[in-house]
Write a new protein. Structure first.
Ligand SMILES: [Zn+2]
Length: 222
């Protein structure tokens, strides 16, 4: 199986697809956010430095993220999914250097882009519901994620709430910023010949089947 670089706008279902790949094929899921949190938790020198940056509201510089990512990839057994990195062109080049240094070949990696219409994305994002007590996520219009009783947590039996940043206007800005930032990334992976585009307007199941076809080399349209 190939390693996966996941590129997906908000609400494209990247989290759900990653979970399915982890449980069915044993992928290791790597997100740079998790790496940063792990390092802080370890209380290492680097972790303390990272925490200080975040506490001051600063972004963690690329060189720190790169260092951690390289370390993680060097010690990983089996295949991995990269989630949320690279996000911009410059990071794709950095990642390419890391792959070279670790002898991870081009044919061992596929960049999967979950393509989603703005209308579908907005509808999905605005339907997201969360239980403030247990943190379970639901959705008001995706059948497999609907609560048993409308607007109530199946477990806690309390009213579900909407995420604060999921209002239409802010979502559209987030969505379009993402598309603008990632366009050069897609170009980069297309030129390398490792880009696969998946129509993510379809159901979770159909999207997963397409991803499986890519990974097994059975995809028809290539
Ligand atoms: Zn609950």
């Amino acid at each position: 199986m190939q390693n996966i670089i996941f590129i997906a706008p908000p609400a494209a279902g990247k989290g759900t697809q990653s979970e399915k790949l982890v449980s069915k094929y044993g992928y290791t899921h790597i997100s740079t956010g998790d790496l940063l949190r792990e390092e802080i938790k370890k209380g290492s020198e680097l972790g303390i430095e990272i925490k200080a940056l975040i506490d001051k509201g600063n972004l963690v510089p690329d060189e720190i993220v790169t260092k951690m990512l390289k370390n993680k990839l060097a010690n990983i057994k089996g295949n991995f999914i990269l989630d949320g990195y690279p996000r911009v062109y410059n990071q794709a080049e950095i990642l390419n250097t890391i792959f070279d240094e670790l002898n991870i070949g081009k044919d061992e990696v596929v960049a999967i882009y979950l393509d989603l219409d703005e209308t579908t994305a907005t509808k999905r994002a605005l339907g997201r519901l969360t239980c403030s007590k247990c943190g379970r996520g639901y959705h008001s219009s995706i059948e497999e994620l609907m609560p048993k009783n409308e607007f109530t947590c199946d477990v806690c039996n309390i009213e579900l709430t909407k995420r604060e940043d999921d209002n239409e206007e802010t979502f559209k800005i987030r969505f379009n910023t993402y598309l603008k930032e990632t366009a050069p990334l897609l170009e980069y992976y297309k030129e390398k010949g490792i880009l696969e585009i998946v129509d993510s307007n379809k159901s979770t199941k159909e999207v997963f089947e397409t991803i499986e076809q890519i990974l097994t080399g059975d995809r028809l349209n290539g």
